[in-house]
Design a protein around this ligand. Sequence first.
Ligand code: ZN
Length: 278
Amino acid sequence: MAKQQTLKTEVHYSGITLHTGLRAHIRLKPAPVNTGFVIVRIDVDGKPTGKALATNVIDTHRATTIACGNSPVHTVEHVLAALYASEVDNVIIEMDGPEPPIVDGSSRPFLEMINKAGISKQRTDREICVIKEAIWVEEGESKLIIIPDDLYRISCTVKYGVSILDTQYRSLEINTQSFFDELSLARTFCIYDEIEGLMKAGLIRGGSLDNAVVLKGDAIICKDEMRYPDEFVRHKMLDIVGDLSLVGRRLQGQIIAIKPGHPINVSLALKIIEKMGY
Ligand SMILES: [Zn+2]
């Protein structure tokens, strides 16, 4: 049985956030066994904490939002994906605001932070969530199913209906190396026609081509080149890794995702917790 792991030392980063557009700091710190991923709002009186679990999610509109006492933290999925893919089980995530830096819109900067900190094995065995029967959720055109498998795999199809470029499919075994090589550089993206509505809703105030790719008809607007030919589906898979880490254990099963998004990802994580009786 594999042992739990944490970081060897603490690491921090500061940068602009996507939705609020403010400068924020994030600090990742080693934590004792059975801590899981715990977020701390160090800027709020009493420094409230919140476990990164699906049962503690309070909003999934455009990003995954977790409750820290009465203070929310949102857009945590890219950090959580990097922690999960690095096989970290226990970590304290300190934040001085409601959102971590978006950096380039991918998980790679967080992987670099974790690699800088190093990984340390702990003495207690890890508990694994082994999927024994199919569990699924359906919301509108989105479907997410997890079925038994020897490993953790994600097979994902996306289609937004605004361009032929937006139909993409990929299937991948998720481990530290495959996540680093195949998913971690995939950036956040949005559909051009949605930008005005998001801005009116007070979101994406820090959004720019430094941290997002924009899809407009058959044109892709981004800084530099696309990082992968199918960057959109890969970012959706990255989001699934982050959101499904909210089960709170390592997963063994294959996820088949059709048009996934934060709401359905979190719904599946909740249903897994419920079915497994955690
Ligand atoms: Zn994302």
